[in-house]
Design a binder for this molecule. Sequence first.
Ligand code: AMP
Ligand code: MG
Length: 358
Amino acid sequence: MRKNNIKFTCLVIVALSVSAVELGCEREQKSAPKKQQKKKEEKNKYSETKMLMGTVVQMDVCLDQAGMSEIKSAYEDAWKRLKDVSERMSLSGSLSDITKLNHSAREAVSVEEDTYYVLKRSIDFSRSTKGAFDVTVWPLMNLWRKSERNNVVPEKLLIRRVQFAVGFENIQLLGNHRVRLLNQWSKMDLGAIAKGYAVDEAARVFRQHGIERFFIDAGGDVYAGGRNCSGETWQIGIRDPQDGSKIIDIVKVEHQAIATSGDYEQYYEIQGQKWSHIINPVTGYPQKGVISASVIAPTALEADALATTLCVLGGVSGTEHIDALTDEPRASLIITKLPSGDIKRYESAGYKEYKHTE
Ligand code: AMP
Ligand code: MG
């Protein structure tokens, strides 16, 4: 599978974390107060960046909230938390609960509370999306990965056979944080949700240290705590899936998360054709049509899981799904590309409230 290299990931970060003030040189030239505001924001901001979870993670904190030693200690704890979550939920390594489960041969396995929680939430998402989101998709991922290696599109019959091992019903949550995979061929991949959870956990750590205004970007999974460092709502650019150097929209969020999924960064290439890395568990085929799906939600875990789900559901059903979630404010923007090459935008009912229009 083609994976985004660091340069490419950086592009996402620029696109997703750029504030409107930073974005537009044009706007700056027109408006002196904006320039001053930017300077004020930069002066008041502290930032650290590391490579984690296969991506570049950047965390910004506004300096006027705590002493430097408190801020440094918050960063230390937040990085540690991100590393722990990443190790527990990754697809490899001796510390990974997922590796243990994937090799458990139907034996119950004790996992960390974190992993248990993320699995529980994953099952809830699978139920509410009728299986469009399913962390047991790994056998299909593996099939498509192998097919890329052999440069042959897998036969329908083979896809059907592999699909027998896919199904969230195979995950049994037992007491005392024990988990059993009921089908010995079932294997899990938390790639669509774990990064979001890790971002939420880093946000929780900052708050524990009394820091309310911060910005965390883990390669497209973003959480914006409070207001930005000049006291305004954080403004986040959504990258144009057709041209990575451009931004299609700017959204304003406060105490909220935004995540974007799409087929432009990671894909399988077979006989010159690109296939998305997001697979529809119901058909066994990679999703087609959605080139970008962004979700604004109260938590990064939810935004992450839903952005992946919307790629499977498509423009119409995906937007309906978000519109039906009325308990808390959420919004989505789905961009599709028709076989004719035509691009279509689908905005959820609440999206315009977040969209920056100036
Ligand atoms: P994201 O970048 O958050 O959209 O996650 C994409 C990753 O999620 C893929 O690389 C797979 O590891 C995994 N995945 C693919 N299809 C699905 C699906 N239908 N449900 C849950 N996870 C998926
Ligand atoms: Mg996701």
